[in-house]
Design a protein around this ligand. Structure first.
Ligand SMILES: Cc1ncc(COP(=O)(O)O)c(C=O)c1O
Length: 308
């Protein structure tokens, strides 16, 4: 893949040079578990947008990379963060300096795990911080101290998970691409940034259903706050179903693993386990409960791909 070197500013041309596949394909998945309830299932293949900036990573990072304007990009994550990986890859592809602030000071003295090794190989400078500091990273004084210690005081800061107002606005296009294609659009939620933008882009043409993969029940308020930050107030018609986290973040019990492997076999679509498997499992369960009216179409956003 061609590497695009940035000068001082990184314009839309540099990002276009990475040739994202947009709009992403929308495919029908013929599946008896939906058909028997008179429901059509569509898969919005955001996993095919870009080989390295996959799915919602592209949608959320692209506007932030443009806003960084060539400055070093600093972001935050745990030792297995997909968001750190994607930011590091973007840095390599676009010739941007990146710094990853990693949760867990103790990791600094251990060999890098494969995910962090990949970040480092992509040129990301890793800065490990204590968990107590990491927890307070959005407090302005703590953030300033972390940036100082990481020698990145003038950097452009992207929050953990990549969800800020720019990212939310980047996900609006996903909703626009789907407008008119379905009655309901479903997406897995971590921070809720993708849903916040998606629902705005659908602009009432379909209802948006979010499936949180974390336990907690805090996401409704977070999504409202993200929409207010991005658009000045609530947008779209959306709701969350909190029943499908399977025990919490990154928990993949055997029945979910079996479900995901079976879905891959039936439809030839790679199923990312931490988010997408929970989404698809929820949709099968909801169809079984009669949650979607006969004759309706449901689109599932495939926001990621299993990591190699
Ligand atoms: C594959 C995948 N799907 C969905 C999400 C959730 O996105 P959000 O944090 O915007 O809710 C993530 C998190 O980054 C993800 O990696």
């Amino acid at each position: 893949m061609a590497r695009v070197t940035s000068s001082d500013a990184l314009g839309p041309d540099a990002l276009a040079g990475l040739r994202p596949r947009l709009p992403s394909p929308l495919e029908e998945a013929v599946d008896a578990r939906f058909e028997r309830h008179g429901v059509r299932l569509l898969l919005k293949r955001d996993d095919l947008v870009h080989p390295e900036l996959v799915g919602n990573k592209w949608r959320k990072l692209a506007p932030n990379l443009a806003a960084a304007g060539g400055r070093t990009v600093v972001t935050f994550g745990g030792a297995y963060s997909n968001h750190l990986r994607a930011t590091a890859a973007a840095g390599r592809l676009l010739g941007l300096r990146t710094v990853g602030v990693v949760r867990g000071e103790e990791l600094a003295d251990r060999p890098l795990n494969p995910s962090l090794a990949r970040c480092a190989a992509d040129g990301m400078r890793l800065h490990f911080v204590a968990r107590s500091v990491y927890r307070r990273k959005t407090d302005p004084e703590t953030l300033a101290a972390v940036l100082r210690a990481a020698d990145a005081e003038d950097a452009y800061v992207v929050p953990e998970g990549g969800s800020n107002a720019a990212a939310v606005r980047g996900c609006v296009e996903l909703g626009r691409e789907l407008a008119g294609a379905a009655d309901a659009v479903a997406v897995a939620c971590g921070t809720g940034g993708t849903l916040a933008g998606l629902a705005a882009g659908l602009a009432g043409s379909a209802r948006t259903l979010g499936i949180p993969v974390l336990k907690g029940g805090f996401l409704t308020a977070d999504i409202r706050a993200l929409q207010t930050e991005a658009f000045g107030g609530p947008r779209g018609e959306w709701s969350l179903d909190e029943r499908f986290h399977h025990g919490g973040y990154a928990r993949v019990p055997a029945d979910l693993e079996a479900f995901a492997a079976d879905f891959e076999q039936r439809h030839g679509v790679p199923v990312e386990r931490i988010y997408v498997a929970k989404l698809l499992h929820a949709l099968v369960a909801l169809a079984g409960e009669g949650a979607f009216p006969r004759g309706s179409t449901v689109a599932a956003v495939i926001t990621g791909r299993p990591s190699p």
